[in-house]
Design a protein around this ligand. Structure first.
Ligand SMILES: *Cc1c(COP(=O)(O)O)cnc(C)c1O
Length: 348
C-alpha cells in the first residue's frame, strides 16, 4: 500500500531506533531524564526561544498553551479551518472554560486582520464580552493544503496583537516544512510569535511527541499543566532520543516537498482530477475528483483497491501527504493508480 493518508504514518528510522535503544534515561517528571533535557534544549535553541517542554502530542501541546495563555471566560481567536478548532475535541472549552472564536480561514491559511479586529470589543472593558486573550495561527496550514504563512503577514499580526495586548500562539505542527520550503531558518519564521508547538511525529518522522516552546516562565507553566492533564511521562528519553534525530535531520523534508510537487504535476495531467500544482509548496497535495461518475468516497475506495491510500478533508477535498516512507518511485506508481481509477470508472 502506498500510504499517503498522512505524514503520521512514518516509522522510526534505523538511526532513531539505535538512538532510542542507547538513550540515557531518568525520571522526567523529576526533570532528571538527560535525553529529554537534551531534546528540549535543542528545540529551544533551534526555534530561537528560551525554553521548550516535551509533550505527548500536538493536541496536548496546543491545549496546555491555551490554558496557560487564557484564563477561564476569556476567548481565543482561532481559524475556522484550524486544527485547534476542528480536530482537538474542544479541549480548551472542556478543560479551561475558554471560548473559541472562529475567524474565517482564507484559502492561503491567513486570518484577515479586519476579521480578527471584529473579535475585539470597541470598549475593551465592556463586561458583556468575553475578553480576548490570544490569537492562534497555523503554519503550514493543514486544511489549506500545507500553505505557508508569509513572513510579512506574521510580522503584521505581531503588531496587531501588541496593539491589543494579546499573545500570539503558532500551531507549528509542520513549521519545519514551512522553513525548509521557504529556505528560511525556522527560528526566523517564528520570531514574531510568543509561543508555538511543533510535532516530532509528522514529517519529522519520530514516533511520538511535540514540543511546546516559548519564554521560560511560559514553559514552566506548561510543565505544570502537562502534569495536570496526565501528560507527565517518566523515562520519556526513549521517545526524545528519536526526536533529537528527527530535529537534526529536518532538512530531509525537502525530499517530501519534491515528491509532493511531482505528485501534483502528475495528477494535473489526468482528466477528471482538479489540482493546481502551483499551490503545492510543502508535503500536502489537495485535489478534487471532478469526473461525475465518482463521489469522493468511490474514488478513495477504488484507489485503495489498487494500492493507494488517500484521505478526505471535508467538502470533498482529497488529501495526499508525502513523507519519509514514500519514494519517488511510489509517487510514479500513485499517479498511475489514479490514472487507472479514472480511466476504468468506479463500477469495477
Ligand atoms: C497533527 C496536528 C496537530 C495535533 O498533533 P497530534 O500529535 O496529532 O495531537 C495539531 N495541529 C496541526 C496543524 C496538526 O497537523
Amino acid at each position: 500500500m502506498i500510504e499517503l493518508r498522512s505524514d503520521t504514518f512514518t516509522l522510526p528510522t534505523r538511526e532513531m531506533r539505535r538512538a532510542m535503544a542507547d538513550a540515557p534515561l531518568g525520571d522526567d517528571v523529576y526533570g532528571e531524564d538527560p535525553t529529554v533535557r537534551a531534546l528540549e534544549e535543542l528545540a529551544a535553541e533551534t526555534l530561537g526561544k528560551e525554553a521548550a517542554c516535551l509533550m505527548p502530542s500536538g493536541t496536548m501541546a496546543n491545549l496546555a498553551s491555551l490554558l496557560v495563555h487564557a484564563p477561564r471566560g476569556a476567548k481565543v481567536l482561532v481559524g475556522s479551518e484550524s486544527d485547534i478548532y476542528v480536530y482537538e475535541a474542544g479541549g480548551a472549552s472542556v478543560c479551561g472554560g475558554i471560548v473559541y472564536e472562529p475567524i474565517p480561514t482564507q484559502p492561503d491559511g491567513r486570518l484577515l486582520l479586519e476579521d480578527l479586529a471584529a473579535g475585539f470589543p470597541v470598549d475593551g472593558d465592556d463586561p458583556q464580552f468575553a475578553r480576548p486573550a490570544l490569537i492562534c495561527v497555523e503554519n503550514t496550514h493543514n486544511r489549506c493544503g500545507g500553505a505557508i504563512l508569509p513572513e510579512e503577514y506574521i510580522e503584521r499580526l505581531r503588531r496587531f496583537a501588541d496593539e491589543r495586548r494579546v499573545a500570539l500562539h503558532l500551531d507549528g505542527a509542520r513549521v519545519f516544512n514551512a522553513a525548509v520550503a521557504s529556505g528560511v531558518p525556522v527560528a526566523q519564521l517564528v520570531r514574531h510569535v510568543d509561543t508555538l508547538q511543533f510535532c516530532l511525529s509528522k514529517g519529522l518522522g519520530a514516533p511520538v511527541g511535540s514540543l511546546a516552546v516559548g519564554r521560560a516562565d511560559f514553559v514552566a507553566e506548561v510543565r505544570r499543566v502537562r502534569k495536570m492533564l496526565g501528560g507527565g511521562m517518566r523515562q520519556a528519553g526513549v521517545l526524545a532520543a528519536a526526536g533529537i534525530v528527527a530535529v537534526r535531520n529536518a532538512g530531509r523534508l525537502a525530499e517530501d516537498h519534491e515528491n509532493a510537487a511531482a505528485l501534483a504535476r502528475g495528477l494535473a495531467g489526468i482528466p477528471g482530477i482538479e489540482i493546481d500544482p502551483g499551490e503545492v509548496r510543502t508535503n500536502i497535495c489537495m485535489f478534487r475528483v471532478t469526473d461525475p461518475r465518482f463521489t469522493w468516497q468511490s474514488f478513495v475506495a477504488s484507489a485503495r483497491e489498487l494500492g493507494l491510500a488517500v484521505g478526505e478533508l471535508g467538502h470533498g477535498r482529497i488529501r495526499a501527504v508525502t513523507h519519509s516512507g514514500v519514494t519517488g518511485h511510489d509517487i510514479e506508481a500513485a499517479v498511475s493508480i489514479v490514472a487507472k481509477v479514472l480511466s476504468r470508472g468506479p463500477e469495477y
